[in-house]
Design a protein around this ligand. Structure first.
Ligand code: FAD
Length: 457
């Protein structure tokens, strides 16, 4: 038999159930990636992710070639392309990982119908993009998903992800299906200077080095801004160059109890994915609490611009926003505090912030981004939707010596210690020596506006 494997957010060879099933099922496999015209047109594509994706495709192709195969790359409507390739290769089955977003779910439905019409079958594999499949655990009481993290974590932790699958030894691609061209990373414009490299090999190298040097410190230090003790595996999880099920397995079986805090974060990822899978509209619409009083107009536009550029006058906010522009990535503590600042202190709609993040984040992901934004904005799954993070206290707590701020705000490099978190407190003469803006809003003023708006409902 001949099968097609449609790669989507699972650009790896290890622990890849669709590929392993296709190889086990028969003689020939067409490993296919479609540069989907609908995604390109949706505005979801961004230069940082495009560059990282090209690394992933080149690496996937190299890995397949080491096994006697190659990657087939096409552009166009994904259903038309799959249909055409399956017909050309005389494939009986098409394998794909179960999708999570509304778009991925619609793609699956269209593929089933189109392939059925041609007498072919779509085989959809669960728990490829997440460690535990969305819907595999549900709350008692009949709801189709968990809306609160802690009970989800308890149920999720009781699941045993499958043992990771090895990469297939050999992949034989039928003749008569040309490979197509993998575009070069260097040709992408507007890529962040400090962007990490993509691909399964790069992901595994990062995993191994972090396991040696970072994992032991993770529980105690993952919130420290300057220490940067988190894994930075998020783009690899977004593009699927690493398997989340394998990471959970490795953490539990090999890395031991010291990895619990890390596993909990992987569970957060699955949590948001199962919310989105059940409520795809939550990518744009308020999930639980609806709020309509977001600021708009000229003064809001000016504040949004200052936030995007990292010029709000709050050093830790600005440092995190500049990290985003420079690396296409931001520390989780930074994401939390800049999102709180935008949605609560400035009272700007979370969708504005989520869109800006998606334009820059190399790990920009509909489930994780939109639902984390909703969580922070108080429209989503946070059980304390009115908490507001104070940027000065956050700075002092997570960057006590100001190292992170000085790293990203060279204009404040001369300000030693924690004084860097409140430059407005300097005397006028000293203040004049720093080319750094005054705060765009007072924290008290922001808090009063937030409370007023929430009281109005
Ligand atoms: P680690 O701390 O090493 O965690 C390991 C993995 O767990 C991460 O790679 C990630 O896949 C997952 N994870 C960790 N924290 C979370 C979380 N809160 N929610 C979901 N998964 C998590 N993550 C994205 O992958 N894409 C996004 O677009 C994204 N947008 C965010 C927007 C906001 C406003 C906030 C507050 C968080 C967002 N996150 C997003 C979650 C989190 O900030 C990143 O996953 C994390 O910073 C990535 O760094 P790391 O790989 O070093 O994480």
């Amino acid at each position: 038999t001949v099968s097609v494997v449609l790669f989507t957010s699972d650009l790896r060879l290890r622990d890849h159930p669709p590929l392993s099933a296709a190889v086990a099922a028969g003689d020939y496999v067409v490993p296919l990636f479609v540069r989907d015209a609908a995604i390109a047109a949706s505005g979801f594509a961004a230069p940082n992710r495009e560059a990282f994706l090209r690394d992933c495709l080149a690496d996937l192709d190299a890995g397949l070639r080491e096994r006697g195969g190659r990657l087939v790359v096409r552009s166009g409507d994904v259903v038309d392309v799959v249909r055409g390739i399956a017909a050309r290769a005389r494939a009986e089955e098409v394998h794909v990982a179960a999708g999570v977003s509304g778009y991925a779910q619609a793609r699956e439905r269209r593929l089933v119908r189109a392939l059925e019409a041609d007498g072919r079958r779509l085989r959809v594999h669960d728990a490829v993009i997440t460690a535990v499949a969305p819907g595999a655990v549900t709350p008692s009481g009949g709801s189709d998903h968990f809306a609160v993290f802690t009970p989800y974590f308890t149920r999720w932790s009781a699941e045993r992800p499958r043992r990771p699958l090895r990469a297939p030894r050999a992949v034989r691609v039928p003749e008569g299906v040309p490979s197509g061209r993998i575009p070069r990373r260097e040709a992408v414009r507007g890529v962040a200077e400090g962007l990490a490299g993509g691909g399964e090999k790069a992901g595994r190298a990062l995993l191994l080095s972090w396991r040696r040097s970072g994992l032991a410190d993770y529980a105690a230090h993952h919130d420290d801004l300057p220490g940067d003790a988190t894994s930075r595996l998020s783009p690899h999880l977004h593009f699927g160059t690493l398997s989340p099920a394998e990471l959970v397995h490795l953490a539990r079986e090999k890395y031991g109890p010291g990895s619990d805090a890390f596993v909990r974060q992987l569970c957060w990822r699955d949590f948001h994915h199962q919310v989105l899978a059940a409520r795809p509209e939550a990518s744009a619409a308020d999930y639980r609490e609806r709020h309509d009083h977001w600021r708009e107009g000229t003064s809001a536009a000016r504040d949004i611009q200052a936030w995007k550029e990292g010029r709000t006058g709050y050093p830790v906010v600005d440092a995190a926003m500049r990290q985003l522009l420079h690396e296409g990535w931001m520390h989780n503590r930074g994401r939390l505090l800049v999102a709180s600042f935008l949605t609560k202190t400035l009272y700007v709609d979370w969708r504005v912030g989520a869109q800006h993040f998606l334009e820059h984040l190399v790990d920009g992901d509909i489930a994780n981004n939109q639902l984390n934004w909703q969580w922070v904005a108080g429209t989503g799954t946070d059980t304390r939707p009115n908490r507001v993070l104070n940027p000065v206290l956050q700075g002092r707590r997570y960057d006590p010596d100001g190292v992170y701020v000085r790293r990203w705000l060279p204009e404040l490099a001369g300000l030693a210690g924690r004084r860097v978190h409140e430059p407005w407190k300097l005397g006028a003469a000293e203040r004049a020596g720093y080319d750094y803006p005054e705060p765009i809003v007072g924290l008290g003023e922001g808090l009063a506006r937030f409370k007023g708006a929430r009281e109005r409902g």
